[in-house]
Design a protein around this ligand. Structure first.
Ligand SMILES: NC(=O)c1ccc[n+]([C@@H]2O[C@H](COP(=O)([O-])OP(=O)(O)OC[C@H]3O[C@@H](n4cnc5c(N)ncnc54)[C@H](O)[C@@H]3O)[C@@H](O)[C@H]2O)c1
Length: 259
């Protein structure tokens, strides 16, 4: 029987591909045989992420801002021109924004987070879905967060945006009813990453660095997650192994949201 977790020849478009989770994901998808279209606004880091792929991988990078509709339409067009299809779309680019209580959050900074994390995800869906619906096949994975499931202080727009990503995932999944296109999202928890450090440092009012055991004291796994552990779930959802998974929000959080 064919190995249903393999992605040989599949075309995977990944946004935020230069970031910690995006780079780990393009690496795993390429190792499983996918052809990669790596999208990010940070051209320098995108080159580094591409260099981390197996030498045999078919991959190319596109510098684009996910909040700009013409740039989103452009990366979708370039991906289909180059590889003829989009089988997997990891709609992952996101920002944490400022780490500040609501009463001090500027409107401009609030809107900026929604622009990247919600409008960016919406535009990706808007432009990739027609390609997948025409093919009548494809798997989309959006990156939400445990911040899409629970509230925590000082990250109001981030939390609102990730709740919205789960909502967008459900709507897109329903709108693909009766097709072979599936739409799911992942909800990573505390992942060892630049973004988590920025949030922890932003909340830290003391001078001493916050020890890791304090950061993970409400995580049953008692450790931070790895970007590769998020990538594993994305690659599963992208594959035929997840053929009956649709409209789901998969936590990858070491049990943080159990109780
Ligand atoms: N790191 C965590 O602990 C964690 C936890 C839960 C969810 N997430 C989510 O996972 C995703 C990836 O996070 P990460 O930890 O890899 O962060 P990261 O900052 O390392 O990577 C995010 C990437 O998105 C890119 N990006 C930001 N705005 C963009 C834009 N407008 N257009 C194009 N690219 C843009 C950045 O250049 C960066 O390369 C995000 O959506 C984040 O919210 C992260």
């Amino acid at each position: 029987m064919a190995d249903r977790i393999r992605l040989d020849g599949r075309v995977a478009v990944v946004t935020g591909a230069a970031g910690v989770i995006g780079a780990a994901t393009i690496k795993l998808l390429a190792e499983r045989g996918a052809r990669i279209v790596a999208v990010d606004r940070n051209a320098g880091q995108l080159d580094e992420a591409i260099k981390g792929l197996p030498a045999s991988a078919a991959a190319f990078a596109i510098t684009a801002d996910v909040t700009q509709e013409d740039e989103v339409a452009d990366y979708v067009r370039k991906a289909t021109e180059k590889f003829g299809a989009i089988d997997v779309f990891y709609n992952n680019a996101g920002i944490e924004g400022e780490i500040t209580p609501i009463v001090r959050y500027s409107l401009e900074a609030f809107r900026r987070v929604l622009d990247v994390n919600v409008v960016g995800v919406f535009l990706g869906l808007k432009h990739v879905l027609p390609v997948m619906l025409k093919q009548n096949r494809g798997s989309i994975v959006n990156t939400a967060s445990i911040a899409g499931l629970i509230g925590s202080p000082d990250i109001a727009p981030y939390t609102a945006s990730k709740h919205a990503v789960i909502g967008l995932t459900k709507v897109a999944a329903i709108e693909c009813s009766n097709t072979a296109v599936r739409v799911n999202c992942v909800c990573p928890g505390l992942i060892d990453s630049r973004m988590l450090s920025a949030i922890v440092e932003g909340r830290n009012t003391g001078n001493a660095p916050v020890p890791t055991d304090k950061v993970v004291d409400r995580v049953p796994a008692r450790r931070l997650g790895l970007a590769s552990e998020v990538a594993s779930v994305v690659a599963f959802l992208a594959s035929d192994e997840a053929s009956y998974v649709n409209g789901a929000a998969w936590t990858v959080d070491g049990g943080r949201t159990i109780a």
